[in-house]
Design a binder for this molecule. Structure first.
Ligand code: OAD
Length: 255
């Protein structure tokens, strides 16, 4: 799946960044957005994931988000999430950037995933009274702010909105400073997130993609592996561990 040259180059890196998308959670039973059977195949995102859609029909939008929250509440992280959590111990500087709003990376043990598109579990007061919190249980739909009574909205980024500035700054820094950048389970169509691997490519970094389908990035990266995230990451961990154990033995022998 990965050539020994690529594995050695990756194993030699200190600073690694990863961008994940919906494909990483597909093996946890959460459907992706695009493609056959995807969320946007069944529903028009402009009617669900925009400030205009929410202003027009907050109950409809909330019902859809609440159904997704219930689906995600039942889901468990898969081997792909687990391998990525473990990579924090393998590389001295490891930055996990995600477009996913399901928090499965957190559940798998990743310490600080950068959430570019927010979280399904956060709610925010539309009146800007400062209410912005993690809320798993909602009594009525659409929910109201307990402080000022205004509408609460899902704490995700919608089409036409900017990304959380701190998250974006941190993600860009990682893309610019890393030695290798992995792009996993994303169609690489939604900007600005899709600009991150492009920035790494522009600077000549090793960029690897894992996706069962071809994307606009596939022909530009160093290696594009056609596989599911879980199986490819399992194999990647195995290969990296083999290289690390050989390297350790060689270092030990030289002492
Ligand atoms: P998409 O649904 O656009 O793309 C999912 C990608 O995952 C596709 O390229 C699939 O080929 C790939 N895929 C499917 N199963 C996989 C598996 N088992 N392993 C690895 N890859 C697999 O999802 P995103 O790229 O995450 O934004 O979408 C980006 C943004 O568009 C989302 O964050 C969301 C959406 O609209 C907002 O809601 C603002």
């Amino acid at each position: 799946m990965f050539s020994s040259d690529v594995i050695q180059r990756l194993a030699d890196c200190q600073k690694v960044a990863v961008l994940t998308g919906a494909g990483v959670s597909a093996e946890s039973g959460i459907s992706t957005f695009r493609g056959v059977g995807g969320q946007w195949d069944k529903l028009d995102p402009m009617k669900l994931a925009t400030p205009e859609a929410f202003a027009k029909d907050p109950k409809f939008v909330w019902e859809w988000y609440e159904a997704r929250r219930r689906q995600v509440a039942e889901a468990k992280p898969n081997i792909g999430h687990e391998v990525l959590a473990g990579m924090e111990n393998f590389f001295s500087q490891f930055t996990l950037i995600t477009q996913n709003v399901d928090r499965l990376h957190h559940q798998a043990g990743s310490h600080h995933p950068i959430e570019l598109h927010g979280s399904l579990w956060m709610v925010r007061c539309m009146a800007g009274c400062g209410e912005w919190e993690d809320r798993h249980e909602l009594v009525d739909l659409p929910p109201k702010c307990p402080h000022c009574g205004a509408l609460l909205r899902p704490g995700v980024v919608w089409f036409g909105e900017g990304l959380p500035p701190e998250a974006w700054e941190e993600a860009e820094k990682a893309a610019v400073e890393c030695e290798a950048f992995l792009v996993i389970g994303t169609s690489a169509l939604v900007y600005p997130a899709a600009a991150l691997p492009e920035q790494a490519l522009k600077r000549g970094k090793l960029v690897l993609e894992i996706n069962p389908e071809e994307t606009p990035l596939s022909s530009k990266v160093g290696l594009s592996v056609r596989a599911k995230a879980g199986e490819a990451l399992f194999s990647l961990r195995d290969e990296l561990e083999k290289v690390a154990s050989v390297d350790n033995k060689q270092k030990g022998g030289a002492q």
